[in-house]
Design a protein around this ligand. Structure first.
Ligand code: ADP
Ligand code: NI
Length: 222
């Protein structure tokens, strides 16, 4: 099977699996990560496009958040799928590495990517967590978990370990302070950083307006 068949078959598989998913890990998210990773990877002379595209398509295939915290579920599911397509071992290993390294694990936990393909995919995935889409996904995720939008009595936590981050059940606005506002500084590629500027500014404007309405400042100005 040539590279373009491998990508098409994988995209069809993931589309079928994730269509209609409701927690923000839906096919449209994966489709955008795929497109954005490809655009970023094209700016990186060392990045292999097949590895990048497969890493993007399979990055959420079995997310630890939905598999009882099992961090190997994703790499394992990707390996099984790619072996079935007859993909060569070195490509499978590089895709597994992307999936293993991609997740955010708390503000105090560094999550460097060891390959340029991984940098492209992680940047693309993190761009999905900021901006207008990121705001929508955060509240969709919080709603899915039954969390309040905001609670000024519950301060944000700086999660220093993956264990602490995993156990988090705070209101959704806290997630902006615990993760989303920090992503811009953690992007790897110049193209990713360029895309983050507008999205980050939008997210800051959203929070300003949200808290203004929450506190009734606009009403007080009537
Ligand atoms: P990553 O791909 O960096 O590991 P996640 O899979 O954790 O990201 O997140 C997927 C989406 O769900 C992101 O947009 C993220 O902001 C959102 N999300 C994750 N955890 C929370 C949370 N505790 N509250 C609100 N949104 C969340
Ligand atoms: Ni993702």
């Amino acid at each position: 099977m040539d590279a373009s068949d491998i990508i098409t078959r994988t995209a069809d598989y993931i589309r079928d699996k994730f269509l209609g998913e409701g927690s923000g890990h839906d096919w449209d998210h994966i489709r955008r990560v795929w497109q954005t990773s490809r655009a970023i990877a094209r700016t990186l002379p060392q990045a292999d496009l097949l590895v990048t595209e497969l890493g993007a398509l399979l990055h959420d295939v079995a997310d630890w958040k939905f598999h009882a915290g099992d961090e190997e579920a994703g790499p394992r599911a990707a390996r099984t799928w790619l072996l079935g397509l007859g993909v060569e071992e070195s490509v499978i290993q590089r895709v597994e590495t992307i999936i293993r390294e991609i997740s955010f694990k708390g503000l105090g936990v560094p999550t460097p990517m060891s390959t340029p393909e991984g940098e492209a995919v992680q940047d693309a995935d993190r761009l999905e967590a900021i901006g207008a889409i990121g705001v929508a996904r955060a509240f969709a995720f919080g709603g899915h978990k039954g969390r309040p939008l905001h609670d000024p009595a519950v301060p944000p936590v700086e999660h220093g370990s993956f264990e602490s981050y995993k156990k988090n059940t705070g209101p959704t606005v806290n997630h902006f302070y615990e993760k989303l506002l920090h992503l811009r500084e953690r992007l790897h590629t110049p193209a990713g950083r360029r895309l983050a500027e507008e999205r980050h500014a939008f997210m800051e404007a959203f929070l300003r307006q949200f808290l203004r309405e929450w506190d009734g400042e606009d009403v007080a100005e009537l």
